[in-house]
Design a protein around this ligand. Structure first.
Ligand SMILES: Cc1cc2nc3c(=O)[nH]c(=O)nc-3n(C[C@H](O)[C@H](O)[C@H](O)COP(=O)(O)OP(=O)(O)OC[C@H]3O[C@@H](n4cnc5c(N)ncnc54)[C@H](O)[C@@H]3O)c2cc1C
Length: 462
């Protein structure tokens, strides 16, 4: 019987526990999952307020990455999966105080429809000219990693970075295009440049390859759960060994001993054959600081950003007055603190009654830090003031909630993949240890789920 400690009860740690369940029932494995906070789920948290389903953390996951939806189906949540209302998909960018819709055919930030991009007021004529010239770029194999901003600027110029690349990445990573690694964050772009030169031509070629017969149904871009993301946690928990789930217990060190690991929490410690650290890398770094200072230093060097989401519920009049679409992004040059706002009632079904509007506003990085110390009421005042400037929205919300997430979003800096190689070499020098979570190969929920189940495979095959 192998005894395994899992540290961290977010979706990564819970998936690791679930992956171990079959073997536990067969008597081959025993596990204990330690979570420092009073609840499981980590940043997955949903509240029901005034009939609205309010997501404090992630609101969905991208459909293209299958691991989250696969897990949902495995635990009988298949019929609760919902897709984004892509027919109503429209995202605006704030440019000089005006909301401009992103033109049709922009794939992430790569233009694939010449006419709609050419007519869009989102870009200046010089950027449009760059887009046309970009189609003639020759293949180029970069020797080293670089920032997303540097690659995008080479193809489309600085305006594309400021107006699109940076706001899009802020919305996902809470990070800045100038510091995020192209190889870790958008590996497809680096590959397209290597094979095609032009990102535009590469995108068109890829689209041609996957173009389906008209009868095939198109998958939604985002998937979520009818009752919110926390439904995933609530459905997983009863499928785990309740006696092995420990909340309110902060692990403070893990040390290799007698071929296994001693996990220390408070004044107690317990011995295990293997350990899975399913926590942010800064927490893993602290746990390993005495057992492997080198590994700890590499883990600590992966930067994390803080973020704040603010949910605002309004009545029918506001719902009718808002522009159609999924919401808007705010480039940093606009001088606002808000980075993005989602019109949740439009983006997903079942999130708000017909007579309610639900807005989700997002702050990250230095924008979040600049308001971190304020009271919830003061943060709500900042949000309302900026929504008034951007949308002309003066109405008093029916409810407002602020959720703060300290150092929860990993920022994959330039050189991240090389760092992961060094981490892997150092990890292999230790007894059975696996690392899972959002600090490594993807920060989204599907990647975290994959990382939790891969951590188990790694431990069991050692
Ligand atoms: C505001 C926000 C919005 C997001 N939106 C999306 C989205 O829409 N779609 C998407 O796919 N992804 C989104 N993400 C990213 C995604 O939700 C996270 O990367 C993912 O859920 C992280 O899961 P995790 O289990 O690895 O980490 P966490 O959820 O951070 O869980 C780690 C757990 O470990 C515990 N812990 C830490 N240290 C210790 C210790 N020493 N001992 C015991 N326990 C410890 C913590 O209390 C926590 O519960 C979002 C993230 C945030 C913060």
């Amino acid at each position: 019987m192998i005894r395994i400690a899992i540290v961290g009860g977010g979706i990564s740690g819970l998936t690791a526990a679930f992956t171990l369940e079959e073997q536990r029932r067969a008597g081959a494995v025993e596990y204990i999952l330690y979570e420092s906070s009073p609840r499981f789920g980590g940043v997955l948290r949903t509240e029901r307020i005034h009939g609205c389903i309010v997501e404090a953390g992630p609101d969905s996951f991208i459909t293209e990455k299958p691991w989250a939806a696969d897990l949902c189906r495995t635990i009988d949540l298949g019929d609760k999966l919902i897709g984004s209302n892509d027919a109503d998909r429209k995202t605006y960018i704030l440019v000089r105080g005006r909301l401009i819709p992103m033109p049709d055919g922009l794939m992430f930030m790569v233009p694939t429809k010449i006419l709609s991009t050419g007519l869009s007021p989102l870009f200046s004529w010089s950027t449009k000219l760059r887009m046309a010239q970009e189609l003639f770029h020759s293949p180029r194999a970069a020797q080293t990693d670089e920032s997303v901003a540097s690659l995008v600027e080479r193809h489309y110029g600085a305006e594309m970075v400021g107006r699109l690349a940076d706001p899009l990445l802020s919305g996902i990573y809470g990070g800045e295009a100038a510091s995020l690694s192209i190889r870790a964050v958008l590996p497809r772009f680096a590959e397209m440049e290597r094979t095609h030169g032009s990102l535009g031509r590469a995108m068109l070629a890829a689209r041609k390859k996957v173009s389906q017969p008209a009868s095939t149904s198109v998958l939604p871009i985002f998937t979520s759960l009818k009752n919110g993301m926390q439904q995933l946690v609530e459905t997983l928990l009863p499928r785990l060994n309740s006696a092995a789930l420990v909340t309110g217990t902060l692990a403070h060190s893990v040390k290799p001993e007698a071929g296994g690991w001693t996990v220390a929490m408070g004044s107690k410690s317990e011995h295990f054959d293997a350990v899975i650290l399913a926590v942010p890398t800064h927490a893993a770094a602290e746990l390993l600081v005495t057992s492997s200072p080198a590994l700890s230093a590499e883990l600590a060097a992966i930067r994390y950003g803080s973020s704040i989401t603010v949910a605002l519920g309004y009545d029918r009049d506001v719902r009718q007055s808002l522009p159609p679409g999924f919401g808007f992004l705010v480039p940093r040059s606009e001088g606002k603190r808000l980075l993005a706002a989602t019109f949740v009632h439009n983006k997903f079904p079942y999130r708000a009654p017909e007579d309610r509007a639900l807005l989700r506003c997002f702050f990250a990085g230095s924008n979040a830090e600049s308001i971190w110390q304020l009271s919830d009421d003061a943060i709500i005042a900042v949000v309302r003031n900026e929504l008034q400037q951007i949308l002309g929205l003066r109405a008093v919300p029916l409810f407002a909630r602020v959720y703060k997430w300290k150092s929860a979003m990993a920022q994959y800096g330039v050189g991240h993949l090389e760092r992961l190689d060094r981490i892997e070499r150092l990890r292999q020098q230790l007894p059975k240890l696996a690392l899972a979570g959002n600090g490594y190969r993807g920060i989204g929920v599907p990647d975290c789920i994959r990382s939790g189940s891969e951590a188990v495979k790694q431990i069991l095959s050692l």
